[in-house]
Design a protein. Structure first.
Length: 255
């Protein structure tokens, strides 16, 4: 078993080298992007992670239609309870996306791994479940985004976590983007299914064997001019968890 995990680690390292090293050395056909967001709370799909302001950097490497990404979140205040003490919540996500443009819309399949350093597990511990208990350090999901068209910016997201998560949660979200008086407005609605194979799907708060609305929200973004060539996107989000009847208002600035 140990040998098998070593082979998996080697494959992951080789894939990363195959994507990143040619980009760094040659840069022909490659595109790069880097950004950082400062948020008043790390709230994702009406779930609060860490109850703290956070800094969230992101990097992307593009080659043709393929994208490699790495994203992180670092809480500024230690409010996450772990093994009887409060620690700052931190997370590292990484994975691949493939962008497919067609006459019928844009399709983006993706695979993402999620790792939380505060759990004190080694990054390359890729074990899965043991008796429905999480053993490895990373959970992995597959996702699929569909965007109808630039003139009809309706977006459908379907997300399934298949590795190292006893709940095996399934999530779907429908959103729409439009502009009004120089504001970018994005309403969205998400649903999830409760009671996965490992028991209650606590991640989305749905404790019955049913599909329920778990994420209702509205993003409003304004691009504030700083110079002739630089604007500062500022976003306010109203995030509602209809099933558990919780609500948050989150501020975000993107650099």
């Amino acid at each position: 078993m140990r040998f098998c995990f070593s082979k998996i680690k080697l494959i992951i390292v080789l894939i990363a080298m195959g994507v990143l090293f040619p980009a760094i050395i040659f840069a022909n056909g490659f595109k790069f992007d880097a950004q950082v967001e400062i948020v008043s709370l790390y709230n994702f799909r009406a779930i609060d992670y860490g109850n703290s302001p956070a800094i969230q950097p992101k990097m992307q490497v593009f080659y043709n239609n393929l994208e490699f990404f790495a994203w992180g979140s670092q809480a500024l205040i230690a409010r996450e309870m772990f093994e009887g003490e409060r620690v700052p919540f931190n997370e590292v996500d990484w994975g691949f996306k493939y962008h497919i443009e067609t006459a019928n819309g844009k399709f983006i399949p993706a695979i993402t791994a999620y790792y939380c350093p505060f759990e004190k597990k080694k990054f390359f511990d890729l074990r899965g479940l043991d008796n429905w208990q999480k053993r490895g350090s990373q959970t992995v999901n597959v996702a699929f985004d569909y965007i109808v068209s630039p003139t009809m910016p309706i977006k459908l997201t379907v997300d399934y976590c298949f590795h190292n998560d006893p709940q095996k949660p399934i999530y779907a979200e429908l959103g729409y983007t439009f502009t009004h008086d120089n504001y970018i407005i994005e309403p969205y609605l998400g649903v999830a299914k409760g009671l996965g194979p490992g028991g209650e799907t606590r991640q989305y708060g749905i404790n019955n064997n049913e599909i329920g609305f778990c994420n209702l929200g509205l993003n409003i973004t304004k691009n504030i001019p700083v110079t002739d060539k630089f604007t500062l996107p500022v976003t306010s989000t109203l995030s509602i968890q209809p099933y558990t009847e919780e609500v948050w208002v989150v501020f975000k600035v993107k650099l």
